[in-house]
Ligand binder design. Structure first.
Ligand SMILES: Cc1ncc(COP(=O)(O)O)c(C=O)c1O
Length: 399
């Protein structure tokens, strides 16, 4: 590697994470990254679990889970009785979609910017019932959030039984106008399932006020909990009839003080619950890193993403595909022209692999739209710094 392409000094917060030295990790979005302190807590919990498996997993499980659930519920503006842990957002979407009682001819509504795994759940649910999956075409580039509202509402019909709305889209990293979407859709009698896979810890949440029928979100991404921690919040009128993806003891074993919804979800069979138990502490730990707490962290990460996008657009002569008001802590940009039109040649694009192998930069490349365009997405977490994006710009220039 030439000298002017030596990696930049990392942010002062990087030492709190165990990310491999010499790597430039600009892909918090895909799987998150858990800080050392939280992994140590998880290791302690695992030791306790293996020392006294029955005491840990059966006798004291509920009280330990409750402390973490209460902290997460407070963080997302919910009451604990309406919130359960699930392993990931995919599981949350499965529980909701597969509990729907659909009839032939019914419609499920999603957008073209949804996440492939979740699209598959909706498509399979629709197929089994003889229902139809309708995909609203949200344009890209996009000038205003109004275009999202228009694209979605235009596809609502009398047969729409559920609208699936991403809070933050995966391929395009747009923060969608969920407040307006939920209000408009629920106001038309269309229940909404918000896929907030990226939202907790990236944007402030107030689920009671937002009031969708269902909301699922990951805690292992922007809350930095260990992998396997996510939430599912369900509005009270929608809780009866909602089955978890895995049916277990809870269906006939009520516990005093718990909602039937919690009973059904809290024990999905023997598993390692330590990521759920760590979620509350992960929230508290990350919230203590900046003097202004979570409010400052939201602002910090968003500002870093905005500044990084300006820098990359300027250095690589790129047109941003959406206004800054639609950004959270990630952004997607089109790859420079010389990357366009090349065929896909494996699970991960060859240039993405080269970016890592030559420069140790982790950034996902994606393909989107018709005709297909190629994009890259970068994330901004506390352990990132602006010089890392300048390094990415130089690397993309010579790749
Ligand atoms: C919008 C969206 N939904 C769902 C998921 C799935 O998350 P998980 O793999 O944790 O279930 C992702 C993952 O990145 C995502 O971006």
């Amino acid at each position: 590697m030439s000298r002017d392409l030596a990696p930049p000094a990392p942010s002062r917060f990087r030492r709190f994470w165990g990310l491999a030295p010499g790597t430039v990790f600009l892909n918090h979005g895909s799987f998150g990254a858990c800080p050392r302190a939280i992994l140590e807590l998880q290791a302690e919990l695992r030791e306790r679990m293996e020392a006294e498996p029955v005491q840990f997993l059966w006798r004291h499980y509920d009280e330990q889970l409750e402390a973490s659930r209460a902290a997460v519920a407070r963080f997302v503006g919910a009451e604990p009785r309406d919130l359960v842990f699930v392993t990931n957002a995919t599981t949350g979407v499965n529980a909701v979609a597969r509990s729907l009682k659909l009839k032939r001819g019914d419609q499920l509504l999603t957008t073209n910017q949804d996440y492939n795994a979740c699209r598959n759940v909706l498509a399979e649910t629709a197929r089994r019932a003889g229902a139809r999956l309708v995909v609203a075409p949200v344009p890209l580039p996009l000038r205003s959030p109004d275009q999202v509202i228009e694209a979605v509402l235009r596809c609502v019909t009398r047969r729409t039984r559920l609208a699936f709305i991403d809070h933050v889209t995966s391929p395009t990293a747009l923060v969608l106008p969920v407040w307006r979407l939920v209000r408009e859709l629920e106001g038309r009698g269309v229940p909404t399932l918000v896929d907030g896979a990226h939202a907790p810890g990236m944007v402030p949440l107030d689920l009671e006020k937002l009031g969708p029928a269902y909301y699922t979100g990951n805690l292992h991404k922007w809350v930095c909990a260990p992998k396997g921690a996510a939430l599912l919040w369900v509005r009270r009128d929608r809780q009866p009839g909602l089955e978890p993806a895995v049916i277990s003891h809870g269906n006939n074993t009520p516990r005093p003080g718990y909602s039937p919804f919690q009973d059904r979800f809290d024990w999905p069979g023997t598993f390692d619950p330590t990521s759920w138990l760590c979620a509350g502490e992960a929230l508290a730990w990350l919230g203590r890193r900046l003097p202004g707490g979570w409010k400052e962290l939201y602002r910090h990460n968003r500002l870093l993403a905005v500044q990084a996008r300006r820098l990359l657009c300027q250095r690589l002569h790129l047109e941003p595909p959406c206004p800054e008001e639609m950004l959270g802590a990630m952004a997607t940009l089109p790859l420079p022209e010389r990357f366009q039109g090349l065929p896909r040649n494996g699970k991960i694009d060859a240039e993405q692999l080269r970016l890592y192998d030559q420069f140790r930069i982790e950034v996902p490349f994606m393909r989107f739209g018709l005709p297909e365009r190629r994009y890259f997405r970068f994330s901004a977490q506390l352990y990132n710094s602006l010089p890392e994006y300048a390094f990415l710009a130089r690397a993309l220039d010579v790749l």
